[in-house]
Design a protein around this ligand. Structure first.
Ligand code: 2NE
Length: 275
């Protein structure tokens, strides 16, 4: 696959090919730990992929074969969050802007595949959990470290993980902070498949291609429906917004718009009152 790189980023790489966007965290010297700047760039890249009608599926991964992501960069962790280089940081104020990225991935109306080689740890594993699907290489290792390093994720990192692997297993993962092999992650339903490291991208692209053959609106609605249950009112708001979008696309809704513009009464009688 002939990836075309675009944009100017320091911490990530954005590439596209054949209807697929690939977003790569590019800090391999820290096992792709994220800092505030990494997350700003990821948010930009995910927005570009969302807005690009030529993109149907997004692959989210990490540079190299040692790690997808090792979570928040502990070396720039301040006393209230992660300290970046921006004006907020100049005042000594930290950020936890990974939470915004988690929400963005959940609400993005295109499938996001997490492609994991090596470590998927801490806040990195929470991002993995937030993705729609996960393809793991046979060298992948998963876990949460929060209670070991003075952190926790009580949002998606807890209850979405529990929804994914079950309550008992989620408690074990957080309470003991063990590391789990790719096969163990597969057995507990945290990933979709495990493939040899050498085949990781080929297999992930194959999954993306299969989804690209499917109806984009159907995929959007299924993603919204699955997430609506666990995202509560926010999930319903998104799903309801999609219903509005579909209604706007109907002749019935367009009749209301046209009647207003033409200063006449709308003729809704011509549309069936469906059973
Ligand atoms: C991932 C793990 C177990 C890998 O161990 P190993 O032995 O294979 O590699 P090593 O030597 O630890 O790591 C290689 C280099 O990457 C850095 C290391 O410090 C090392 O660099 P040097 O010190 O040799 O120069 N590195 C790795 N992870 C890093 C990190 N997260 N931040 C900064 N540098 C990192 C092992 O590396 C490990 O346990 N890493 C820490 C995982 C972790 O605790 N992550 C943070 C969890 S909290 C979080 O992400 C979070 C949250 O819970 C809630 C909100 C927001 C964030």
């Amino acid at each position: 696959i002939d990836w075309q790189r675009s944009g100017e980023y320091s911490d990530i790489i954005y590439e596209t090919a054949e209807g697929i966007a690939k977003i790569t965290i590019n800090r391999p010297e820290r096992h792709n730990a994220f800092r505030p700047q990494t997350l700003f760039e990821l948010q930009t890249a995910f927005n570009i992929a969302r807005d690009d009608s030529g993109v149907g599926v997004i692959i989210f991964t990490g540079a190299g074969d040692q790690a997808f992501c090792s979570g928040g960069d502990q070396k720039i962790r301040g006393d209230d969050g992660y300290i970046g280089d921006d004006a907020v940081a100049q005042q000594g104020i930290g950020r936890l802007n990974v939470l915004d990225l988690q929400v963005q991935i959940r609400r993005l109306p295109k499938p996001v595949i997490c492609m994991v080689a090596g470590w998927s740890i801490g806040g990195g594993n929470v991002l993995q959990v937030c993705c729609d699907l996960t393809i793991a290489a046979d060298n992948a290792k998963f876990g949460q470290t929060g209670p070991k390093v003075g952190s926790f994720d009580g949002g998606y990192g807890s209850w979405l993980l529990a929804e994914t692997v079950g309550l008992k297993k989620a408690r074990e993962i957080w309470y003991l902070c063990r590391q789990y092999s790719a096969q163990e992650a597969l057995d507990m339903g945290m990933v979709n498949t495990v493939v040899p490291l050498a085949d990781l991208e080929k297999e992930t692209v194959q999954w993306a291609r299969e989804m690209l053959e499917k109806s984009p609106l159907a995929l959007r609605m299924v993603k919204g429906a699955i997430n609506a249950v666990s995202d509560g009112a926010a999930g319903m708001q998104q799903f309801a917004g999609d219903a509005t979008m579909l209604y706007y696309m109907s002749e019935e809704a367009q009749e209301g718009r046209d009647a207003f513009k033409e200063k006449r009464s709308p003729e809704f009688d011509k549309f069936p009152r469906r059973p």
